[in-house]
Design a protein around this ligand. Structure first.
Ligand SMILES: Cc1cc2nc3c(=O)[nH]c(=O)nc-3n(C[C@H](O)[C@H](O)[C@H](O)COP(=O)(O)OP(=O)(O)OC[C@H]3O[C@@H](n4cnc5c(N)ncnc54)[C@H](O)[C@@H]3O)c2cc1C
Length: 436
């Protein structure tokens, strides 16, 4: 497919070659594309759309071009379509972390985009339920940080309010509500982002797997990448390799981002990824009926937010994801062997669950940079999103460990990467708020 899309465009238009980016200190060099984004999940799409719309709005007469490379036949078939589809409030992570800042900014941008382009979504609200004094204390800390530092709305419900609203939900010690939390149709979101990207002049190439990246030769005094990069892209339908050049390279390859990183980084900076699979279970009984998202209090160091109750846009209940550390990022089957542990967790907040109505559903895999927890600091270790212009290189932006809340944060990540590559917060594209 690469041969039929990007290469055709390259061959038919000499104008697509562009002068290497303005921040290069070396003499300008012609490259095939200004920006190449590796990975067509929701984050790669949001970055691609942000860059293309910036250029379409601010430099309409230049030859800037943005190419999105995806190795599968369709966009968004890995983690971006294997998650809870929750628009998170931004409650859990250290206040100054990228996870918090991008989640809060991304959530607002996502609701705006959904409203503007009629992307199916619903602000369901979410409860975090505490069963004992220690869990309640942990909710009080979250509430206090949300109020004093983050400006994220949360409130404690009275026992009567909770009982009236969700009679089947057990919350012995307290309920903290996040009214800004919601759900989104992630497929519709990605379809909309693709449309906006292509409308802004961007090119999508599917069946296009990046197999090598090398900085183009440059003067000894310049950083690698100053003249751009050469990428080998394999057409996954024919096996045929193509060679393209780009002024900037954005690694947004999700579960395989460390592999891409290791293609470019010197051996001493190579990274070994970890994978935390999350298994989901479908629920087919009409009872108990619950009308908002229900989360347990996070167990520090668990690697996830706890086996929670989520709803899809048709109000179907599903439970998950649990945490199963796996060695293989393609290990996506869900077996009934995970059910007993999930049932034990679910019963703590939904005692009336009908076990026979639960069935293994789908799984997604979290790309982890360490075997560490999902929230907080301390010895269990909080690991932030890694979104950086890579040290010692020009024009290489690297995104690693983009686990939850990556879907919620995607638009803000797009804005951040655009700022890293082409300019200031004020120079944003159509329909876009600043990243942070
Ligand atoms: C179980 C689970 C639940 C989650 N729940 C939520 C949630 O409710 N809310 C939320 O905000 N976030 C959630 N997340 C996180 C969210 O799903 C991810 O952060 C987000 O989807 C990451 O998007 P991405 O584009 O970075 O990665 P991906 O969707 O994995 O996309 C990366 C793409 O890169 C492509 N690629 C890889 N290597 C190459 C190559 N060499 N050449 C070309 N293409 C390549 C892949 O094929 C893939 O399509 C959850 C994650 C998991 C695992």
């Amino acid at each position: 497919m690469f041969a039929r899309t990007a290469r055709r465009q390259l061959q038919s238009s000499t104008g697509l070659s562009c002068i290497a980016r303005s921040f290069s200190s070396t003499a300008p060099v012609r490259t095939d594309f200004t920006h190449v984004i590796i990975g067509g999940g929701v984050v790669g799409l949001a970055i691609a759309r942000s860059l293309a719309s910036y250029h379409a709005t601010h430099n309409p007469n230049t030859t800037s071009s943005t190419l999105l490379l995806e190795r599968h036949p369709h966009l968004g078939t890995e983690t971006s379509s294997r998650n809870s589809e929750v628009i998170h409030g931004g409650l859990y992570y250290p206040p100054d972390s990228l996870k918090t800042r991008l989640c809060i900014a991304g959530r607002e941008q996502l609701y705006d985009l959904c409203n503007k382009y009629s992307i199916p979504h619903r602000k369901t609200g979410k409860w975090i339920v505490a069963q004992d004094a220690a869990q309640l204390e942990s909710l009080e800390r979250i509430h206090e940080t949300c109020k004093s530092t983050l400006g994220v709305p949360t409130r404690f419900l009275t026992k009567t309010e909770a009982r009236n609203a969700e009679p089947d939900v057990r919350a012995e010690a307290g309920v903290l509500e996040s009214p800004e939390t919601g759900i989104v149709d992630s497929h519709a979101l990605m379809t909309a982002l693709r449309g906006l990207f292509e409308d802004a002049g961007g090119t999508v190439a599917v069946n296009s797997s990046v197999t090598s990246i090398t900085p183009l030769p440059t003067s000894p005094s310049s950083l690698p990448g100053s003249s751009g990069y050469v990428l080998t892209v394999q057409d996954t339908t024919t096996g045929e390799p193509s060679r393209i050049t780009a002024s900037t390279v954005i690694n947004s390859a999700g579960l395989h981002a460390c592999t891409i990183h290791n293609l470019l980084a010197p051996a001493a900076r190579h990274i070994t990824p970890f994978y935390a699979k999350g298994n989901y279970f479908a629920y087919t009984s009409p009872r108990p009926r619950v009308s908002r998202l229900i989360y347990p209090v996070v167990t520090p160091g668990s690697g996830g937010l706890g086996t929670h109750l989520t709803l899809d846009l048709a109000s179907r209940i599903r439970f998950g994801p649990d945490v199963e550390w796996v060695a293989d990022p393609t290990s996506l089957s869900v077996t009934a062997s995970r059910l007993p542990a999930a049932v034990a967790e679910i019963r703590k907040y939904l005692p009336g669950i009908e076990v026979d109505a639960l069935a293994p559903d789908y799984a997604g895999i979290r790309p982890k940079l360490r075997r560490a927890g999902a929230e907080g600091k301390g010895k269990d270790g909080f690991v932030d999103f890694y979104v950086r212009r890579e040290d010692g290189f020009e024009g290489w932006v690297n995104l690693l460990g983009i686990e939850s809340p990556g879907l919620t944060s995607s638009l803000a990540i797009g804005g951040l990467v655009r700022e890293m590559l082409v300019g200031s917060k004020s120079g944003r594209g159509v329909d876009e708020a600043p990243a942070l």
